[in-house]
Design a protein. Structure first.
Length: 239
């Protein structure tokens, strides 16, 4: 895909530390905090992780290395009554900060380590994303012993800190997912423009790995490096 000739679409990327937002939280007038991005169908989970990493507000913990970012697709269930607004979810996978580089192994922070339970290259197109869907991100800091938190903890944990919703009502909706082969454009209920996260990106690079990425080696316990004006990072890991 040539991003210079293909128009991007608007994506709302919701975030929460410790756990995912419940599906019913998206059926209210007061949406959880989110970032507003302009992106393309070939946007990968790794690229979404970049947006989280450079967002204003220090969304990642000070110990960025070893933080898992789990992603989930949120879309409207169109099989129920027209008057009922319900959402269902689809797990997309996760990205770990520092995967492929040093700092992930608490026993040997200098050793490079590759994880086999991440999906950094999965794209929105692979997930059959439809314009109007939401993406939810659970930010999972490293465990007390320094190890990487399992992706399952995003579904079972309790949210704290960044992205915590101010409104929690109802219960998660039941019911089948919609037919993904039939596009169902939908406007988000949070309104247009900058989201409550107060951050907007426009990545006009040629591919999903374009755009600026913090450079240098990230080590466990160090703060996230400042984002340079542009260009790819040169660290040994994926970030």
């Amino acid at each position: 895909m040539d991003r210079h000739t293909t128009s991007p679409f608007t994506l709302q990327l919701f975030y929460r530390t410790g756990a995912f937002h419940r599906p019913d939280e998206f059926a209210t007038d007061s949406l959880p905090p989110y970032l507003t991005l302009h992106t393309w169908p070939d946007c990968s989970l790794e690229e979404l992780a970049h947006h989280i990493a450079v967002a204003d507000g220090n969304l990642l913990p000070d110990t960025a290395i070893g933080t898992r970012l789990a992603f989930r697709l949120i879309f409207q269930d169109t099989r129920g009554p027209v008057s009922a607004t319900k959402y269902t979810v689809k797990e997309l996978g996760s990205v770990v900060i520092g995967d492929g580089g040093p700092g992930l192994d608490p026993e040997d922070v200098d050793a490079e380590r590759h994880l086999d339970d991440t999906d950094p290259d999965k794209t929105l197109g692979d997930a059959r994303f439809v314009v109007g869907d939401y993406i939810s991100c659970a930010i999972l800091p490293p465990l007390p012993d320094g190890s990487v938190a399992p992706a399952s903890s995003a579904r079972m944990g309790r949210g704290t800190g960044a992205g915590e919703s101010r409104l929690a009502v109802g219960r998660a909706p039941d019911g089948p997912a919609r037919e993904r082969d039939m596009p169902f454009p939908r406007h988000g209920r949070g309104g247009a423009g900058i989201g409550r996260g107060g951050y907007e990106h426009f990545n006009n690079s040629r591919g999903p790995r374009g755009g600026g990425v913090p450079s240098g080696e990230w080590r466990r316990g160090e703060r996230l490096p400042e984002m340079p004006p542009g260009g790819r990072g040169r660290n040994r890991g994926r970030f």
